[in-house]
Design a protein around this ligand. Sequence first.
Ligand SMILES: NC(=O)c1ccc[n+]([C@@H]2O[C@H](COP(=O)([O-])OP(=O)(O)OC[C@H]3O[C@@H](n4cnc5c(N)ncnc54)[C@H](OP(=O)(O)O)[C@@H]3O)[C@@H](O)[C@H]2O)c1
Length: 234
Amino acid sequence: MKKKILVTGASRGLGFNITRKYLENGETVFAGARDITSEKLQALKENYPDTLIPITLDVTDTASVNAAAKSIGSYTEHLDVIINNAAIHSPTSFEILERADIDDCMATYDVNSLGPLRVVKACLSLIRNGDGAKIINISSESGSIGACGRDREFDYCMTKAALNMGTKLLANYLNKDKILVLAVHPGWMRTDMGGPNAHLDPYEAACQLVELFEKRNTLDGPIFIDNEGEEYPW
Ligand SMILES: NC(=O)c1ccc[n+]([C@@H]2O[C@H](COP(=O)([O-])OP(=O)(O)OC[C@H]3O[C@@H](n4cnc5c(N)ncnc54)[C@H](OP(=O)(O)O)[C@@H]3O)[C@@H](O)[C@H]2O)c1
């Protein structure tokens, strides 16, 4: 049976490519995007008119997230996988502390840390109705405190560390429902966020990640992992 997947931030980058890969695998994808009329999504929709369902979704806006969940609920009673992928950097993220705008960090926290929680909360009954359901929070090695060697990107690193804590809390809470919750570092990818010098093509990264998500079927095992499934230090 076709799986039902929700991907946030599906307009471009990794989210778009994860969407594409799941569609190629024959699954049904609810592609959450702030602008569902984006050219990329519309072009993909032409190839998958029945299984790609674009859904308007701004993860910072509770009303938008709730409306998205309601809309998904009009198509299906369950979700098998939620991919919380949407994320941002603040405009001064890469500046040293003296030049970083600390107030900008709030917007990053809203998207990167609270956005996934809003989505999971709104979709709780859908994901609880799934069989062997999974919630994948796309995190980053930047969120690892144990492996941190950086001295800037305060907004991004701190919000991904907070996402990791959110992941662990959700994993504890949803364990009784047998829902797997992971925080996954996807690798350094050539997207708008990753830039042109990154190691990985985002489509190839998406293929590797989707295979990894399919293979991981046990609640036991590491929760914060890299793109090869290896445990990453919190
Ligand atoms: N690229 C890397 O090397 C790298 C490394 C480690 C981790 N990651 C993580 O991988 C994930 C994907 O990153 P990427 O490189 O694909 O980033 P990207 O190319 O910058 O794409 C970000 C996506 O997030 C969406 N988004 C931003 N704010 C949103 C909001 N408020 N509501 C809904 N969607 C929103 C964007 O939508 P719009 O088109 O509407 O702006 C876009 O689809 C992120 O979680 C990122 O932190 C990336």
